[in-house]
Design a binder for this molecule. Structure first.
Ligand SMILES: [Zn+2]
Length: 434
């Protein structure tokens, strides 16, 4: 054993429970318990919670096309700092990821960055136009091995196109991740949850029902086709009700929720700060509460960041004109710890389920989301569960600064991240070879 390929994580609390040392050899967990440290590089994990590396089903890395907002490399840095070992990069780049060649390009950029596994999400339709199916089969068979397809940002509104997409991806175990938004109920100008506040602020309303009707429709299409549908960033109590019914019927539907929809509420829009403009919009406290309960009881399967970096000149506008979206990779775990663990709604084992194991299963990633067990690839994040960290948007490794968490203090932070045994983050800092 040499120092380079042998690491001992000393005294970690596995999934927040029993303390153990974890020996990693050649990228794989070789022993758990009290292995010998001889010849190993020792990482002090005393008081830290060890979880399987986090998997994000919904990330925007902006490359190709908007490298001024983020690149695969800078987004990978943000992911590693957030404890992620795999991310799914959304297709709404320029050009759109709607061909095998485009998917392989993103995949290869991820490999070159080497900080996190980058899996491109393929577009459902060519150019995200909602009309003609993209090269779904070719993307699936490419070396990028695409399994998740989404026109995120644009709902696949045409039910015939959605039905065909579901039938098609079924053949290779794929899934369609739907940005559920009926375009006639919530048009492109809609930017504030429809209610008393949107009326008072004079902002075009985005009613919850615009999401719920699409989720209900897609659940029925999933049942009809026997295929899998995934609901991207669920945001309303009504969506939770539909999901609950669908599960009771055994329909193959899964869903994700973002950290921001678990904590931030629509009243933040009161002074028109575009930092809080996001799609779907921030909702009232009743919806936030329903989403927390649904995540805790398994009705919602996963947390996904919807990390959406934007250049200043796209975000700093009058509210109606500003771009949708907010940063999320570096802060996802602290937010989930604060909202779900510190409140007693979930354990650390539950966090591992919703932020690693289940998202890896939804995306069909075999080497990710495994338990901390002998023989598993050493994709591991070590979390300080009693930190006291105030978010500073200027300390972010993302290229963008549209950070809704700036100035907030959280009680958990990522200390170390290992990608197949190789540290990408140590003591809260990127390992500098990258
Ligand atoms: Zn998105």
């Amino acid at each position: 054993m040499t120092e380079q390929n042998t690491i001992l994580l000393r005294g970690a609390s596995l999934l927040g429970e029993q303390g153990a040392d974890v020996l990693v050899v050649d990228g794989v967990i070789a022993e758990v318990g009290s292995p010998s440290a001889e010849g190993a590089r020792v990482v002090d994990a005393d008081g830290l919670v060890a979880l399987p590396g986090l998997v994000d089903l919904h990330t925007h890395l902006r490359e190709p096309g908007r490298e001024d907002a983020e690149t695969v490399l800078t987004g990978s840095r943000a992911a590693a700092m957030g404890g992620f070992t795999a991310v799914l990069a959304m297709a709404n780049t320029s050009p759109v990821t709607d061909t095998a060649e485009a998917a392989e390009r993103v995949h290869d950029l991820g490999r070159a960055a080497g900080l996190v596994d980058v899996h491109p999400v393929g577009a459902v339709t060519k150019a995200l136009a909602g009309e003609e199916l993209a090269e779904l089969g070719l993307m699936a068979r490419s070396r990028a091995r695409v399994r998740v397809f989404s026109d995120d940002g644009r709902c696949v509104a045409n039910p015939r196109v959605m039905r065909r997409a579901l039938e098609y991806v079924k053949a290779f175990g794929g899934v369609v991740s739907q940005h559920a938004q009926d375009p006639d109920l919530a048009g492109p100008q809609s930017c504030c949850h429809e209610g008393e506040l949107s009326g008072r602020l004079g902002l075009p309303g985005w009613p919850g029902v615009a999401e719920e009707v699409i989720v209900a429709r897609d659940v029925m299409l999933a049942r009809h086709t026997g295929s899998r549908v995934h609901v991207a960033h669920a945001s309303t109590a009504g969506t939770v009700e539909v999901l609950r019914w669908a599960r009771s019927q055994g329909i193959a539907v899964t869903a994700e929720v973002t950290p921001h929809h678990l904590l931030l509420t629509t009243d933040l829009l009161g002074d028109y700060d575009p930092t809080y403009k996001v799609n779907p919009p921030l909702r009232p406290a009743e919806d936030v509460e329903a989403l927390r309960v649904a995540l805790a009881d398994g009705t919602i399967d996963a947390v996904a960041t919807d990390h959406a970096p934007h250049a200043r000149h796209d975000k700093e506008h009058a509210f109606v004109d500003a771009a949708f979206g907010m940063l999320g990779l570096e802060t996802a775990l602290p937010v989930v710890a604060s909202v779900m663990v510190e409140t007693g709604l979930m354990t650390w084992a539950d966090v591992a389920r919703v932020m690693s194991t289940t998202p890896a299963a939804i995306a069909g990633l075999k080497g990710q989301g495994r338990g901390l067990e002998v023989g598993a690839p050493a994709n591991i994040v070590l979390v300080d569960p009693s930190a006291d960290v105030t978010v500073d948007r200027d300390a972010s490794v993302s290229l963008s600064r549209n950070n809704p968490w700036h100035g907030r203090t959280f009680g958990a932070s990522v200390r170390h991240t290992l990608l197949r045994g190789r540290p990408t983050v140590l003591d809260g800092s990127l390992v500098q070879e990258h």
